[in-house]
Design a protein around this ligand. Structure first.
Ligand code: GRF
Length: 216
């Protein structure tokens, strides 16, 4: 069985999309894969309730309890490793992971970021997109590298920016696509279709439109 561990910090709507897809598509039977744990760095977030609704262990490794980032990373790694995951998904995980952790999980650690990277890394991506006036915005699933939001891109989803948008309406349009994009990208990784070549992610046996979701 390929174990998947999902890391969250909050609301957990991307987590819900993953759990729902895994259930609907019967990943345990079709891919031999299962989401075996959800780990949050914050207690009392709704994403932990989402995990419980799907009867997945909901674990808290509270960063506030650790005085250094290294200590937190060590505790997090211990929690992750106890599930022997093939893939670790950052689904709204809002802490930057230290280099030791990134290296430890290199090639099996993926993140969803709410912009069309390399545009708008970091936080407040929707505000920045509106401030700059881009006409197209979106989301990216990528491998995590030591450069924050800088790892190899696996798949992206694009949405139009509308003249009447504010950050909330734009975020909602992007989020809807995130919920399509993340389960698809994770499935490709589980199917071992994704590899690194020359610093880029190459995906085999997939129609280009499955890696570039466009919505009107
Ligand atoms: C998403 O927009 C994700 O791209 C970003 O944080 C947000 C998490 O939302 N990294 P949710 O917790 O999945 O609802």
């Amino acid at each position: 069985m390929k174990n998947i561990v999902v890391l969250i910090s909050g609301r957990g709507t991307n987590l819900e999309a993953l759990l729902r897809t895994a259930r609907t598509e019967q990943w345990s039977a079709t891919l031999g894969a299962a989401i075996v744990a959800v780990i949050s760095n914050r207690p009392d977030v709704t994403g932990l309730d989402v995990a419980r609704q799907y009867e997945v262990p909901a674990i808290v490794v509270a960063h506030r309890k650790y005085s250094t980032r290294e200590d937190f990373d060590r505790a997090l790694a211990a929690a992750i490793d106890s599930y022997e995951p093939s893939v670790i998904v950052l689904a709204g995980f809002m802490r930057v992971l230290g280099p030791l952790l990134v290296r430890r999980y290199e090639g099996r650690l993926i993140n969803i970021h709410p912009s069309l990277l390399p545009a708008f890394p970091g936080l407040r991506t929707h505000e920045e997109a509106l401030a700059v006036g881009v006409r197209i915005h979106g989301a990216t699933v990528h491998f995590v590298s030591e450069q924050v939001d800088g790892g190899a891109i696996i798949a992206q989803a694009a949405v139009p920016v509308r003249p009447e948008d504010d950050a909330a309406t734009l975020a909602a349009r992007v989020l809807e696509q995130e919920h399509r994009l993340l389960p698809r990208a994770l499935r490709l990784v589980l199917e071992q279709r994704v590899s690194f070549e020359g610093g880029r992610a190459r995906v085999r046996g997939v129609a280009p439109e499955d890696l570039a979701l466009l919505s009107p």
